[in-house]
Design a protein around this ligand. Structure first.
Ligand SMILES: *Cc1c(COP(=O)(O)O)cnc(C)c1O
Length: 228
């Protein structure tokens, strides 16, 4: 452990906390994918993380992600897009990501769907867990119908739900609500039981509520580097 870089130490520490939370919840660690969100950080950091064994990465801004992923095309890595997505950019994002966690509008279904042969894109429907309808995500009352439309579209595979806990509140009730929605969606769509929830500050609570995909940024990468 002593010869690890600061980045390696943070990664090891978070992985230990993930393992502890999984054990506390009597969950199998292999059912949890830790995605490292590398937004605001350079390709060189992704390479260092890859050298430490990380294979799952996420980005949230297309303009930043597209050249970064291109520069890293020699790595065996999986990329998830987790941020707000404009429908006119959606096809470009599809070209370099294997999964999109922020599907929340019909215009995105239309933009992402295709009849071409090839591996379907994994998608998560983002659910709005706040009382503010202006935040990203489908509101719970519209989720079932939206999930049906996603599942019916060609070229995209509904894998599950994604949520961001409201700020400055106990995240656990929001994660419990998302879990309940996921159980309901899973009856209609058995292949869609994944739960993308849990970030740097709340991944332990998310694991306790059944998260299968954690999106962890700053706790591993450190703070956003200064510009200039
Ligand atoms: C940036 C981001 C994360 C990671 O956030 P941290 O608090 O840095 O772990 C997770 N999910 C989404 C949608 C993000 O934009």
């Amino acid at each position: 452990m002593t010869d690890l870089t600061p980045l390696g130490q943070r990664l090891a520490s978070i992985d230990e906390q993930i393992a502890d939370a999984a054990r506390a919840a009597s969950r199998d660690l292999s059912s949890i994918t830790r995605i490292v969100i590398t937004k605001f950080h350079p390709a060189s950091m992704v390479r260092e993380l890859h050298g430490l064994g990380v294979r799952d990465f996420g980005e949230s801004r297309h303009q930043e992600a597209q050249p970064k992923v291109a520069e890293l095309s020699d790595l065996d890595a999986q990329w998830s897009f987790v941020g707000q997505l404009q429908s006119k950019k959606a096809r470009q994002v599809r070209a370099y990501c294997q999964a999109i966690h922020s599907l929340d509008r019909d215009s995105l279904i239309t933009a992402l769907a295709n009849d071409e042969p090839g591996t379907p894109l994994d998608v998560f429907v983002q659910v709005n867990l706040t009382d503010d309808p202006a935040r990203g995500g489908v509101i719970p009352s519209e989720l079932d119908a939206f999930a049906d439309r996603v599942a019916a579209a060609a070229g995209i595979e509904l894998r599950g739900l994604m949520g961001v806990a409201p700020l400055d509140q106990d995240p656990r009730p929001a994660f419990a609500a998302l879990r309940a929605l996921s159980e309901r969606i899973g009856i209609q769509h058995p292949g869609a039981r994944a739960l993308s929830m849990g970030m740097s500050g709340d991944f332990a609570e998310a694991i306790a509520e059944g998260a299968t995909h954690l999106r962890i940024g700053t706790a591993i990468t450190g703070k956003r580097p200064d510009h200039g």
